[in-house]
Every structure is written in C-alpha cells, then in structure tokens.
Design a protein around this ligand. Structure first.
Ligand code: ATP
Length: 329
C-alpha cells in the first residue's frame, strides 16, 4: 500500500548541537537497519525519534552511544567523534537501555552511588549529585529501600537515574516507558521534561506519538531505517494541513476495503490497523465531506461498519501520510 510520500522536510538544524550525527548507516546481513540518518540535538533540547517496532531506533542510538560501529557516517558529541574506543567522549553520554540494569539487593541510593563510582566521582560530589538525581526521578522517599521492593515503574525511573549520576551532557533513552503502568509513565515523562531544563541534550526514542508530542521539542520520524521527516510537532502537523485521519471500525475483508479506499481520489493513505486488525485508518482531504463516500464504499465492499471517528491532524496522521502505514504499538 502506498501513500503520497513527500520528500524529507527538515526543521532548521539545531545550532551548536551537543549531538551531531551525519549519514549514519548500518546493515545486518542483507537488511539495512539504519539508512543515512542525520540529526542533531542542541543543549537543553529534547529530540524524539518516533517510529514503530523495527524502524531502526535502537540501532541508531547504539551507534550514537558508541556501542555499535556505524558502517558509514559519523557521530560527534560536543564536537568529538564517538566510537567503541572513545572512552573520554563516552563519559559525556548517559545511556538508559530498554531493559532495567540494576542491583536488586542494593538500595536505591546504593545503586546510584555504584554507578557514580564507575566514573570515579569524588565522594562529596557524588553524595550531592545522588541527592539531586533522587529528586529528579522523584524517588527521594525510597532512597533507603532495596530495589527488589520497588514497583516496575520505580525501577524504570531508577534505571534512568543511574544514567544521570555522572551529569552527562547528552542523555539517551531507549523507549523508557514500554510496559509501565499509566501512573509510572506519567512520572517518567515528568522527569524527562525536567532534564531539558537542567540544560541536558536528550535523545528520546518512542513508538508512542503522544509521548513525542508531550516531551519532545523536535521529533524525527523514522521508518524502515530512514528519517522521513523532522521538525517540531507543529511543523510536522502542518505537513498534513487540511487532511483528517478517519478511523473506521468494521468487520469483513478490511484489506480489500483499504485498497478500494486508496483508489478514491482524495484518499492519500489507507492501512488496516487496530489491536485485532478491526480498523481501517485513512488520511483524506476534508474527512467530513468524504465520509458519505467512504461509507458507501464500505457498503459496496460488504464491510459492516461499527463506528467511525474523524481525528484532527496529529503525528499519527503525519506518520500514516508519509509512510502509508499506521504507527502500531
Ligand atoms: N544484532 C542484530 N542482528 C540482526 N538484525 C538486527 C540486529 N539488531 C537489529 N536488527 C534488525 O534491524 C532492524 C531495526 O531494529 P531496531 O532494534 O533498531 O529497531 P527499533 O526501532 O529499535 O525497534 P523496537 O522498537 O522493536 O526496539 C530490525 O529489522 C531488526 O530486526
């Protein structure tokens, strides 16, 4: 299924980027996981890399953190090239992996102290910073508790704290809210919002468009290894001005219906989505006026419609418009 794919539209590059990536490419066998990705993140800026599973987010940030060698392209942090051997530059980076990596039988404070000591922080500075980090991740009241007594969401927050103790210039977070409850997700997002205020540059990957909208100053949309668009949420949404996303829930052969939708002149993208493939999402010019035609077509395709929703343009609309596929969870 194809959508009207526009050329990459780029916001002005951030001046004096803490992180500057240029032409990053990485293949695994025949598969190109990351394809010519360039991006930059300024001090105090939170940059969101938004894309579905398998889009190339983790591969990109592993190259950014010097954990994986780029086949072509360069990564510079604070103007210095990073790579697997670049020890001093790596100290400028705090990396929060997707999986929690903590010591369950140590307390919250002991864990933070442990990670700070890895960077040989002087004792007094370490104590001061651990107290600051506890506040940033909102775990001050649990400082003396062992990690194995914390909830999953609290462990996620501590996992973020562990990457913050050495006061990195660049913080890189790999989908930090996957699998956490809504309350913990809220707490994590609140914390992330504070990091930019601390002056840190933040690279944040997610496949949740609401998170990108909420915490990121700029968003790069990544799909099949390529950065297909970049800008503030407002700039990206302007790409789909005058269009709506129509979500139609129905039974029957929805793949055939989506294909039939694509043959209508004002339908720019259509994809089968929903938890159980029970929905067709389309990007259309002026959804309201096209609705009778979409419903007529559903009737012709013998697709019994259960509900229809017209959604104002958002990042989800942008993704569907640019890639032809819905941003699935
Ligand atoms: N070590 C590896 N060996 C082979 N293929 C890999 C390896 N790491 C990643 N890939 C492939 O590269 C592509 C991009 O994967 P990557 O993990 O970067 O995506 P992602 O956007 O982070 O996805 P997710 O949200 O699922 O973590 C996928 O097709 C994946 O299967």
């Amino acid at each position: 299924m194809t959508a009207a794919v526009r050329p990459k539209e780029t916001a002005p590059p951030a001046a004096g980027g803490v992180l500057e990536c240029s032409g990053l490419t990485r293949r695994f066998g025949p598969r190109t996981a990351v394809d010519d990705v360039s991006l930059s993140v300024a001090p105090g800026e939170t940059y969101g890399l938004l894309g579905p599973n398998g889009a190339g987010k983790t591969t990109t940030i592993r190259m950014v953190c010097g954990l994986l060698r780029a086949e072509t392209g360069t990564v510079k942090v604070a103007g210095q090239p990073i790579g697997p051997a670049a020890g001093a530059v790596k100290r400028l980076v705090g990396y929060v992996p997707q999986d929690v990596a903590l010591y369950p039988d140590l307390t919250v404070r002991e864990n933070l102290r442990f990670f700070g000591r890895l960077y040989r922080m002087p004792r007094r500075e370490l104590d001061r910073r651990v107290t600051e980090v506890l506040e940033l991740i909102d775990l001050g009241s649990r400082a003396r508790d062992r990690v194995d007594s914390l909830s999953g969401g609290m462990r996620r927050r501590l996992n973020i704290g562990a990457a913050l103790v050495h006061s990195p210039t660049l913080l890189v977070l790999d989908e930090p809210t996957v699998g956490v409850d809504p309350q913990s997700r809220h707490a994590i997002l609140e914390s992330v919002s504070r990091f930019g205020e601390e002056g840190m540059a933040v690279l944040y990957t997610t496949h949740y468009m609401e998170e990108a909208e909420r915490v990121c100053d700029r968003v790069g949309i990544i799909d099949r290894g390529r950065l297909v668009a970049e800008g503030t949420t407002r700039e990206l949404v302007a790409l789909v001005a005058g269009r709506d996303r129509v979500r139609l829930t129905a039974g029957g052969d929805l793949k055939a219906y989506a294909e039939a939708c694509l043959r209508l002149p004002r339908v720019e993208a259509a994809d089968v989505t929903g938890e159980h493939g029970e929905m067709v999402e389309t990007v259309v010019k002026d959804g309201r006026s096209l609705l009778p035609e979409l419903l007529d077509l559903a009737h012709q395709c013998q697709v019994p419609v259960r509900s229809v929703e017209i959604v104002e343009p958002d990042l989800e609309t942008v993704f569907l418009h640019l890639t032809g596929t819905a941003l699935r969870e």
